[in-house]
Design a protein around this ligand. Structure first.
Ligand SMILES: [Zn+2]
Ligand SMILES: [Zn+2]
Ligand SMILES: [Zn+2]
Length: 216
């Protein structure tokens, strides 16, 4: 049983905002509350990504309870925002992709380091995506999303119109708005033959480190 009083927001699922105070679940290694539905989706990610526990039925270790108390939905949300994944982008991503972002990966490592009393990591790293399924789905990201397919930004879901122009991330091919692919995110992409900085979405370049001017 985990019964520490917690902020009101923690009565809601981190991933879908459904009320979950009645039947609280948690992703312990992200220290966030989940509803039972999202807990099931987390289980499918594998324990190396998300360690799921029922806060009502499972016995948490002292270390796990300490991590839950240090974390919380608010801290996770603020951390992700500070690392370039604002809430609107988080919610627009499919759940498995959310936890494959470099920002979520870093947060997992931060909480683990805190629990172990080790030096807290600060650098995001590229997250290895799981191997493709045996019967491969058509490779949607091999090419750009055709403009006519994308009625709205694939990250923030803002509709495109005359003054909300479409852009393409050169790395992942997503069709995104300007705010989701700002000039500061531009990077060279030598593996695609771009030696000069080219447009990247904020998922591929989560936190602009160095502004580069003059990218249209
Ligand atoms: Zn949920
Ligand atoms: Zn956008
Ligand atoms: Zn991208």
């Amino acid at each position: 049983m985990y019964m520490t009083a917690s902020p009101a927001w923690d009565g809601c699922c981190f991933d879908c905002a459904a009320p979950c105070a009645e039947d609280p679940w948690a992703s312990v290694n992200h220290a966030v509350r989940l509803c039972i539905r999202c807990a099931g989706a987390h289980r499918a990610l594998g324990v190396h990504i998300s360690f799921v526990r029922s806060l009502q039925l499972d016995e948490l270790s002292a270390a796990e309870m300490a991590t839950m108390a240090r974390g919380g939905n608010d801290r996770c949300r603020e951390f992700l925002e500070a690392k370039g994944v604002p809430r609107r982008v988080w919610l627009a991503l499919a759940l498995p992709l959310r936890y494959q972002t470099p920002a979520a990966d870093l947060y997992r490592r931060v909480l683990a380091a805190e629990a172990a009393g080790e030096e807290v990591p600060t650098e995001m790293r590229a997250v290895a995506l799981p191997p493709p399924p045996v019967a491969p789905a058509p490779e949607r990201r091999a090419s750009w999303t055709p403009d006519r397919e994308a009625a709205s930004c694939e990250l923030c879901r803002q509709s495109f119109w005359l003054l909300q122009r479409r852009h393409h991330c050169r790395r992942c091919g997503r069709c995104v708005c300007g705010a989701c692919s700002p000039p500061e995110s531009a990077r060279p992409l030598p593996q695609r033959g771009h030696l000069q900085p080219v447009r990247h979405c904020i998922l591929c370049v989560p936190k602009p480190a160095r502004p580069i001017a003059g990218i249209g």
